[in-house]
Design a protein around this ligand. Structure first.
Ligand code: PEP
Ligand code: CO
Length: 464
């Protein structure tokens, strides 16, 4: 029996002193203050009684895929909105985002000759960390907007008062999103037999379109060739695995979704497959680390430029004391200007200590800047540079970059500048829709996937 099989049946390590509520004994950053504790408790009870959004066996299957990514046998693509909002829970937004993620994964599979772990930043990405608890405009001070799961963005007292009932709505929206994604995939949305489904809409006149189109028809030919050769149809090609992730920021929500299931030891967060801890809530003695150490999901932590090697090793000890494969991913987000200085000491520390982690590059959050015309943007060249530098830095350190974490949308927005069509600061005025961070648009997202493949091939990266 393999280690993975054994670990599903009997405890490897039951975390001492942990309960789904033990985080309450630690300082919890980035939590709203709810005016009515009674309503909050009622909402938690309601959430506990509702069906979960994911199952423990899906979670264990993802952990296995992440183990393979750690070992260089897969590559992870994690992407979606910075924040979902309730009004974007619509068929077009969901299917366009799924489509761009599937098309990117097709590019990666084809170019890297590796299976891809597909993880969406969706179906629960409704809570946001903020740099200040309060916001003042024209002498009026109100609580900051913390995502649709907490309050509403309009600047008035009613909209900004945190309302626990929004958690129930977020749970329902997440369930609707999951349901639609699962139906699209089951219904053949990702069927490789129909390459015309992989069409490019407005990206059609991009310089990259012909490269992409010839790849898609090449894949169609390969499928037909295999089927002719074997005399049977290749069944599994119309099914892909798709997993969900979000920043597990709002702890009362996450606690209420933490459950035990039959024939498995321990506790699972069943609101998502792959929760992560944001950079602002990764304190060693904080409530988020306490909560995360006890759940059996694979977990990720965002690592920013201020983390030291000692802090990182301590964090790994808390989150993965048994060095369980697939359990822990580290998402570095240093910025193109800092990654060459900040990343190598962290890679060295983990390698020297022989710890098993999956390294993921988030080239978005260290590269946010303001334009002179008042937009929050990211330059495509910086995003590209952080990814490319990361591949090189890992290669030099003897570690492996096993995935990317991106903020993107399937819509034709203009939020990040540059890319094949060279969007300028002036273009941002045309279609800037994000209420939080700027996202790669459809074309920039696909271009990113192609550039990853190009870098990978140039580096001669082969699975170890
Ligand atoms: C995010 O992923 O949207 C985010 C806030 O990231 P970070 O915690 O890395 O700043
Ligand atoms: Co963001």
């Amino acid at each position: 029996m393999s280690h993975a099989d054994r670990s599903t049946l009997q405890p490897v390590h039951l975390p001492e002193g942990w309960t789904p509520a033990s985080w309450r004994g630690r300082p919890a950053k980035q939590q709203p203050s709810y005016p009515d504790a009674g309503v909050l408790a009622d909402v938690q009870d309601e959430l506990r009684a509702l069906p979960p959004l994911v199952t423990s066996w899906e979670i264990m299957a993802l952990k296995q895929q992440l183990t393979e990514a750690q070992e260089g046998r897969r590559f992870l693509l994690q992407g979606g909105d910075c924040a979902e909002n309730f009004s974007d829970c619509s068929p077009d937004v969901i299917s366009n985002r799924l489509k761009v993620l599937l098309q990117m994964s097709l590019v990666l599979v084809h170019g890297m000759r590796l299976p891809v772990v597909r993880v969406g930043r969706f179906a629960g990405q409704y809570a946001k960390p903020r740099s200040a608890d309060m916001e003042t405009r024209d002498g009026v001070t109100l609580p900051s907007y913390r995502g649709d799961m907490v309050n509403a963005p309009a600047f008035d007292a009613q909209a900004r008062t945190p309302d626990p009932r929004r958690m129930v709505k977020a749970h329902a929206r997440s369930a609707m999103t999951m349901n639609f994604v699962r139906s699209l995939i089951d219904g053949g949305f990702a069927d490789l037999h129909h390459p015309e489904y992989w069409d490019l809409r407005w990206v059609g006149h991009s310089p990259l379109a012909s490269e992409y189109q010839s790849m898609v028809s090449g894949i169609g030919d390969a499928v037909r060739f295999m089927e002719t050769l074997s005399g049977t149809s290749v069944h599994n090609l119309n099914r892909v695995d798709f997993y969900t992730s979000h920043e597990a920021l709002l702890l009362p929500y996450e606690e209420a979704q933490t459950r035990q299931v039959p024939r498995q030891w321990g506790w699972f967060n069943l609101s998502t497959h792959f929760p992560w801890i944001g950079m602002r809530t990764a304190a060693l003695d904080g409530a988020h680390l306490e909560y995360f150490r006890g759940i059996r999901n694979p977990v990720a932590v965002k690592i920013g430029p201020s983390v030291t090697p000692d802090q990182l090793l301590a964090l790994v000890d808390v989150l993965n004391p048994d060095d369980e494969p697939g359990r822990l991913s580290l998402i570095h987000r240093m910025g193109a200007a800092h990654v060459a200085e900040k990343l190598p000491p962290l890679l060295d520390a983990i390698r020297r200590d022989g710890r098993r982690v999956l390294w993921i590059c988030d080239p978005m959050h260290g590269n946010t800047e303001a334009t002179s015309n008042g937009y929050k943007t990211r330059r495509f060249r910086n995003i590209r540079s952080e990814i490319e530098q990361s591949f090189d830095i890992h290669a030099a350190a003897g570690t492996r970059l096993g995935g990317v974490h991106l903020e993107l949308t399937g819509e034709d927005v203009t939020e990040c500048t540059g890319g094949a069509r060279d969007l300028s600061d002036r273009d941002l005025e045309r279609a800037y829709r994000s209420t939080v961070d700027p996202r790669l648009n459809y074309e920039q997202a696909l271009e990113t996937a192609m550039l990853i493949v190009r870098k990978w091939s140039l580096a001669g990266a082969t699975p170890a």
